[in-house]
Design a protein around this ligand. Sequence first.
Ligand SMILES: Cc1ncc(COP(=O)(O)O)c(C=O)c1O
Length: 393
Amino acid sequence: MTTQSLESQSEIIYFDNSATSFPKPNEVVEVISKSLREFSANPGRAGHKLSMRAGSEIFKTRLNLASFFGVSNPMAVVFDLNATALLNLAIKGFAYKGLHVITTSLEHNSTIRPLMRLKNDGIINLSITSGDEDGIVGLKEIESLKNSNTKLLVINHTSNVTGSTQPIREICKWCRENGIVTIVDASQSAGFEKIDLKEDFIDILCFTGHKGLYSPMGVGGMVLADEFDLTLLKPLKEGGTGSLSEEIVQPDFLPDIFESGTPPLPMIAGLNEGLEFVKRNYESITKKKIELESYFIKRAKKIEGVELFYGNVRNGVISFRVKGVSVSKITEILSEDYGIMSRQGLHCAPLAHKKLGTFPEGLVRFSFGYSNEIWQIDKAIEAIEDIERIESE
Ligand SMILES: Cc1ncc(COP(=O)(O)O)c(C=O)c1O
């Protein structure tokens, strides 16, 4: 694997890949620069060669993502800024007065806040399941919350706090059989967990490009199942699409119905290269993250005063705290004294922390990536041992 080599990188240990993956693969950086140099015209807005070339790059990315996520229609891949934009579209675009929605305690604010807005505005009724000790939801729980108005389930596939991963195939299959539409937030799992909308019975999948798919920030996607009834989803924004310009109403076909305004062509080209990188290196990336997390757990468990929080699968995401030391102090020392980048606090997932009993202070999170090495874990363990020792003296 080739990575972007930066001078400063030798001094930095980056354990914040759940926030955004870093460094990006060279191929991603190169295609962005190439697109800006060679074909960054406005796609779909003109008949000239460069505009067509830009349009074909976007289509190529749709095609690649459709095949990766198991849908046959590339136009059912919709782009926007990030997962947050697309989750808002999916949730608010589907909602109607009297709808009952089920969601989970592992949700990120990107789903829980739009849901709470709809609830507080008196539009929907909301049930939040807390699941087992890892936050994993069982069918029995969902079944017990279902009523005749339950037509939507919003579920985070993989927690950005503990890495806990929901059995979405089983849950979404049951929802499909019971007339409940599913919105799956795959922000943390896309590029790591195998996701196939057909086999997993998912109706709407939302993902962000800049985490496990290694694109730059600025692009995310929503993928609709082949059998999804498009009339169920209203666009949240309307405007120029480059299609049907003679019409003063929004086109009603995919993807234009949901994609108004000039798209971020360089980012979308980067997303395509990021996806190619994942496809080429899938086994090794997965193996690496599992190895790093398992090794960290093995060593960290031996440090007195350290409490670890991790879920039902190994995917390189783990949170912890050190007795007697605030989480902000820990991340500050890790960053300033050891060059280790980590993330403290509530990770935009307050309900997950309430469930773990770590609200309101939160935890320190390490999230490992393909470029991390075992020696970096050793250094982190040394750092945590020092923090624990100094602070308990
Ligand atoms: C589980 C989950 N959902 C949604 C998001 C939002 O992603 P973005 O900030 O790219 O919109 C994140 C980002 O951390 C996340 O971890």
